[in-house]
Design a protein around this ligand. Structure first.
Ligand code: ADP
Length: 540
């Protein structure tokens, strides 16, 4: 028997309706590429998003389900696109601005984007490939100076597009399972694949991420969204922030750690989110400035393993709580999040950091299981390792335009390709990506465990470990290290003895290379595919 409640689809337009009605004067602040500060209110965001809806439908003849690309930094117009495009019934396809031209061409053609909203500063990237994108009818240029000109076909200024439009149109009526946004995986392990989010998945994800046990987002939050809007919808922060009435601060292209620290201080940011490399950069700047009364309280960190030393240093030196979270483009992204529970309060500081360094407990509505090499579901004992499988209302059910079931179990769980274990308290620990594990003499070695331990050495800034072929052992670990002080040296015997207290002899790398920079992916993670290529070509 069905319940007798109203059918009221969960749509992202409703998140902004609520933000506008309840928090009409809340601010959205953008530090524009030229470093000027733009500020407006939720009311402005609401009205301009409505103008965009009208313009998309009436001027660009967008129909329900059309894909519309965005190629932009984090800023207020990108927020308008997050609400206006789905509000017109279309799909907001955020394109990663840091991919290669060939990958971008593949992504746009695969998505069959009809229009692309693009930052004026990024136009030169698209000009050479525009002729290869037959589905794109035109480009809408964001933040362009009056003198702007381009060889792109059919371009117009964003402000001209929405200028005369009425601001009181209703959002297009949608069912909650209809698509509202799309991101492609960043292709760390292969060709980018399309992940199509629904209105419902975005709303539920925003709600759960905001819960007190998770990021605790409320009308008291002042959020710096460092994680790019072109990467997994900025971890859902724009939706969660607007729903909760948070002040949103958007850095556009000002992604240098010095600039971000200035924003944290000037804008009294109490919650930020970014990948570990960003966290490392911010920490280094805070060390030199040592600002009094730092407003920052919580920093969501994920996308790659956050080194325990970083979690510890932020806590001890700046009283900032790094909240370690795990997820993927395919999981919207939040799957797990690590916070202490009341019963942990009496533990030692070291023990608390150890728990907070795990990837954490399942978010509400998310189920995780570990499938061992022999296909069994592993007990939650804290050591039985296997592939992590996940299911939930914001987890992918199929890749865009793909019929392949390769990444799904027979009973419908998504196979993440990550490897780890879960302890009896329900905390997940990722020990590696399946593709990055090192199989040496029939034993598995975790590259992540080696990396975080090497990075705990006081002279080491960054470390990454990859598998290299070995005629005897099949594979051996190779450690690639960046030292904090250029021109200094670290004897290999010293690192080996540093590792000896935590690792068995066979797990310790025989080879170490010192480099100035570790190659990073488009979203700032260690690029192991690139390092393996460099090694194979003898360039490491
Ligand atoms: P890509 O797959 O291209 O790197 P994603 O951003 O979707 O793009 O990356 C998801 C992957 O990042 C996960 O499968 C996992 O390997 C890694 N990851 C994300 N968060 C964490 C974390 N907290 N700790 C360790 N690895 C993480």
């Amino acid at each position: 028997m069905l319940g007798l409640m109203m059918h009221s689809p969960l749509t992202v337009g409703k998140l902004l309706d609520h933000g506008f009605r309840v928090f009409p004067q809340k601010e959205i602040i953008t530090i524009l590429p030229d470093k000027t500060r733009h500020q407006y209110t939720y009311t402005d965001l609401y009205k301009r998003s409505k103008k965009l809806v009208y313009s998309l439908i009436q001027k660009l003849h967008i129909k329900k389900g059309d894909n519309i690309g965005t190629f932009a930094w984090n800023h207020y117009q990108h927020m308008e696109l997050y609400f206006g495009i789905p509000g017109a019934g279309a799909v907001c396809h955020t394109i990663n601005i840091r991919l290669s031209a060939a990958q971008t061409e593949f992504i746009v053609n695969n998505a069959e984007d009809r229009f692309i909203f693009i930052d004026a500063t990024l136009v030169s990237f698209f000009e050479p490939i525009a002729a290869l994108l037959p589905t794109v009818e035109g480009y809408i240029i964001l933040n362009a100076p009056a003198s702007f000109t381009s060889s792109l076909p059919n371009w117009i200024h964003y402000e001209d597009l929405i200028k005369d439009a009425p601001d009181n149109l209703d959002w297009v009526e949608m069912e909650e399972d209809e698509a509202c946004a799309m991101c492609y995986t960043s292709g760390t392990t292969g060709l980018p694949k399309g992940v199509l989010y629904s209105h419902r998945s975005c709303c539920l994800h925003a709600l759960v991420v905001s819960l007190p046990n998770n990021a605790a987002i409320s009308s008291y939050s002042r959020i710096l969204a460092i994680v790019p809007q072109f990467h997994v919808l900025a971890w859902g922060l724009p939706f969660a922030g607007v729903m909760a009435g948070a002040v949103m601060v958007l850095p556009s292209s000002n992604m240098q750690p010095e600039a971000l620290v200035k924003m944290i201080i000037d804008e009294k940011i109490n919650l930020a989110g970014g990948v570990p490399t960003i966290g490392q950069g911010i920490y280094a700047v805070l060390k030199t400035l040592n600002p009094p009364n730092l407003p920052l309280k919580d920093f969501l960190i994920g996308g790659a393993t956050a080194p325990p030393t970083l979690i510890d240093n932020f806590q001890k030196e700046f009283n900032v709580r790094l909240i370690h979270a795990w997820g993927m483009t395919e999981t919207s992204p939040v799957g797990t999040l690590s916070k202490l529970q009341p019963e942990h309060e009496s533990l030692s500081d070291g023990e608390k950091i150890r728990i907070r360094s795990l990837q954490g407990q399942e978010a509400l509505f998310i189920d995780i299981r570990i499938i061992t090499e022999n296909g069994q579901s592993a007990p939650r004992d804290g050591f039985t390792v296997g592939e992590i499988e996940i299911r939930g209302p914001w987890v992918i059910n199929a890749y865009y335009k793909s019929t392949s079931r390769e990444n799904f179990s027979e009973d419908g769980w998504f196979k993440t390709g990550d490897v780890g274990h879960i302890n009896p308290e329900g905390y997940l620990q990722i020990t590696d990506r399946a593709k990055d594990l090192i199989k040496s003499g029939g034993e598995w070695i975790s590259s992540v465990a080696l990396e975080v331990t090497i990075m705990a050495h006081p002279q080491v800034k960054e470390a990454s470990v990859i598998a290299i072929p070995d005629p005897i052992w099949t594979e051996r670990p190779l450690a690639i290290i960046v030292l904090k002080e250029p021109g200094t040296s670290l004897p290999i015997e010293e690192i080996k003895s540093f590792l000896a207290s935590s690792f068995a002899k066979y797990q310790i790398p025989d080879e170490f290379v010192f480099v100035e920079n570790i190659p990073k992916t488009s979203v700032g993670k260690f690029d192991k595919k690139e390092m393996r290529r460099l090694y194979a070509e003898g360039k490491l």
